[in-house]
Design a protein. Structure first.
Ligand SMILES: *Cc1c(COP(=O)(O)O)cnc(C)c1O
Length: 389
């Protein structure tokens, strides 16, 4: 026991089953614990630290903005928020941005926008239903939990807000049926299900969802909370296809380590939210927005090409192993299914100085996008050794 673990045991709500390590410092893709031990980060604090730790431009942007102006609320204009909104809209093909502080808040905004879009268009015959996919994850607030198609998260928290329906992923007939039977305003999905086990949806399915939602005047909401910010090798994961969503949400890596989420509203819904209809005290905070601008300026085509190369390297190395059943995912968002218990594997890797995650029964790898090749090779070699044991 250290003072930190004692205080945690006594005073922190018991919502986390933590690994037994206290991190105190980071440098690039390396982390250091309270005993000075070095680790290679293959988790990015759950897809957040896209630029790793101590990135010079990010640090400068955050410190300068904290010095100049940390917060004034959304009663006033602030420069970084508007600059960031312009950049995100121009890079995503969306029209307007609503800033919150997390993925769940970004998705709450998307759900509210979809309901209001329907209310504006259909009046008394409002279509309240949001369809999401089985095995999805959209957040921990009551509405985003309702949208999450995994019962394990639901126990003991009901009743939930009404108006959610679930269909199996990659089953277009199931979606067709629910669109015919229920008053649907939107379909919400992740193009690669993250918490659900790094399961990419099929290209044809996504295209069919786009076509069917458009035909039924329903919105297509793409949750890029985990897949966004360059994680899959494109800025947003839908940018590998030739269609646009109506609403895009992202968070996690958006500000590279500070809390920020955004709901990007496309052409159909750009004027749906009106003054007073939604808001956030902290949303678009100048320090977080400055951090996000520093992240965006480093998510260049070169970096994205590197993300793809690094992802291909990891997948090629690990899929050679006899006891690896599959390597799923894209870019630097990978899931490794093996004959090992994923949780035990992650514990063993942590003891070897490699920080990894799990998603369902898989080992989940989400390293900083800027991880150096030598650190990546070292981590992959250790992961191979542990997998082969
Ligand atoms: C993590 C995640 C969320 C929730 O984000 P929070 O910032 O924890 O609220 C929502 N959707 C997806 C796809 C996620 O991976």
């Amino acid at each position: 026991m250290t003072r930190t673990t004692e205080l945690d045991a006594q005073y922190i709500a018991h919502t986390y089953a933590r690994f037994d390590v206290t991190f105190v410092r980071g440098e690039g893709a390396l982390l250091f614990d309270d005993a000075g031990r070095r680790y290679i980060d293959m988790g990015s604090g759950i897809a957040v630290s896209v630029l790793g730790y101590g990135n010079a431009a990010w640090e400068k942007a955050v410190c300068e903005q904290a010095h100049a102006l940390s917060h004034v609320s959304n009663l006033y204009y602030t420069r970084p928020q508007t600059e960031l909104a312009e950049l995100l809209c121009s890079r995503s093909g969306m029209k307007r941005a609503f800033f919150g502080n997390s993925g769940a808040e970004a998705n709450e905004c998307a759900i509210k926008a979809a309901r209001k879009y329907s209310a504006d268009r259909h009046g008394e015959n409002v279509r309240p239903v949001i369809v999401s996919l089985e095995n999805s994850f959209h957040g921990r607030t009551l509405a985003t939990l309702a949208a999450t198609g995994q019962d394990t998260f639901h126990h003991d928290f009901g009743p939930f807000p009404e108006g959610f329906a679930y269909v199996p992923a990659n089953d277009i007939e199931a979606l067709r049926a629910v669109l015919a039977a229920r008053p649907v305003c939107a379909v919400m999905l992740e193009t690669v299900q993250g918490e659900g086990g790094i399961e990419p949806l099929k290209r044809e399915y996504l295209q069919a969802v786009r076509d069917l939602t458009a035909q039924n005047d329903a919105l297509m909401i793409v949750d890029e909370v985990q897949t966004g910010n360059g994680r899959t090798g494109t800025l947003f994961s839908y940018q590998r296809y030739d269609w646009l969503p109506d609403i895009v949400t992202t968070a996690k890596g958006l500000a590279g380590g500070l809390p920020m989420g955004v709901c990007l509203l496309g052409e159909k819904v750009e004027n749906t939210l009106t003054p007073g209809s939604h808001g956030s005290t902290f949303g678009g905070n100048p320090v977080c927005a400055a951090a996000a601008l520093a992240v965006q300026s480093q998510l260049t085509d070169e970096l994205l090409a590197d993300v793809k190369r690094k992802g291909k390297y990891i997948a090629a190395e690990l899929s050679e192993l006899a006891n690896v059943k599959s390597v799923s995912g894209r870019g630097l968002m990978l899931g490794v299914e093996s004959d090992k218990d994923a949780k035990e594997l992650v514990k063993a890797l942590l003891r070897r100085g490699v920080v990894c995650l799990t998603a369902k029964n898989k080992l989940r790898l989400l390293p900083p996008l800027t991880i150096q090749w030598d650190a990546l090779e070292e981590a992959v070699d250790i992961i191979k050794e542990e997998l082969a044991k």
